[in-house]
Design a protein around this ligand. Structure first.
Ligand SMILES: [Zn+2]
Length: 256
């Protein structure tokens, strides 16, 4: 099934109305209270780690690749709408945000992995489409002196494989961050970013394994990349067109 949303991309509800051609009289309402059925699909909009208008303090959170989610207050497992979610005849789209207001990130379509007969009903969603989600930096709230910057990075199976090939070593500097449990940490960068307006593909040629510092420098266009000096692996071919895209479109001219 095709749909207009790109995983890892931010959308406001207004964007969603526009992309789905929702007539004005069918806008707002349930779209603003957690989830809404529209043309036999369900659209979930929820907050993670922040208090929402209607989803109170429910502890929506990620558990690995799964999203643990609470339905509206008072819901019960036997209710038809909840039953539909567990056995849908359409698609279920998951949008979350970790700020109180503003755009939501679309993660993909989801299917219920399991559910609990609690009230509200608790459902664990599995994201059907796996994509690496670009770095998401929260806007700085004006009314706070302390701010949190979160980097939400979710890998595709492809990105995980490529990170393994490189032993989690940065393809720019060769560093591999060792964590306290002895494992190594790296990040996967898409040279041509996945989301709008860049619309890069999730293919191996577009992925670079990087340390967090070089990931930030790439994302912010602070460095140019030279394909000849990047660390290579015989089973991971970097696409020169994606390096060119980074240099031409993402990297700022001043850093040449
Ligand atoms: Zn590095």
């Amino acid at each position: 099934m095709s749909h207009p949303f790109i995983p890892g991309t931010e959308y406001t509800r207004a964007d969603v109305y526009r992309l789905l051609d929702v007539p004005t009289h069918l806008q707002r309402g349930n779209w603003e209270t957690g989830y809404n059925r529209y043309e036999n699909n369900l659209y979930i909009f929820c907050n993670v780690g922040v208090k929402g208008r209607t989803d109170h303090d429910y502890d929506n959170h990620w558990e690995g690749d799964d999203f643990v989610w609470f339905a509206k207050t008072g819901t019960k497992l036997r209710q038809p709408q909840i039953q539909w979610m567990l056995n849908p005849t359409g698609k279920i789209f998951l949008f979350t945000r970790s700020v109180e207001r503003g755009a939501f990130t679309f993660w993909g379509t989801v299917i219920a992995k399991n559910s609990e007969d609690s009230s509200p009903v608790k459902i664990t969603w599995r994201v059907e489409e796996r994509f690496l989600i670009a770095v998401d930096i929260e806007p700085v709230p004006a009314d706070r002196t302390e701010t949190t910057i979160s980097r939400i990075i979710r890998d595709t199976a492809l990105a995980k494989r490529i990170k393994e090939l490189h032993g989690n070593r940065c393809q720019i500097c060769g560093e591999a961050l060792k964590l306290s449990d002895g494992t190594f940490y790296s990040e996967a960068h898409h040279l041509q970013p996945l989301g709008s307006p860049h619309d890069g593909p999730d293919v191996e040629g577009n992925i670079l394994v990087v340390c967090p510092n070089h990931h930030a420098l790439c994302d912010f266009g602070a460095i140019h990349l030279d394909i000849e000096t990047l660390r290579r692996h015989p089973l991971h071919e970097i696409g020169p067109q994606f390096v060119s895209y980074h240099n031409a479109t993402i990297a700022h001219r001043s850093s040449r």
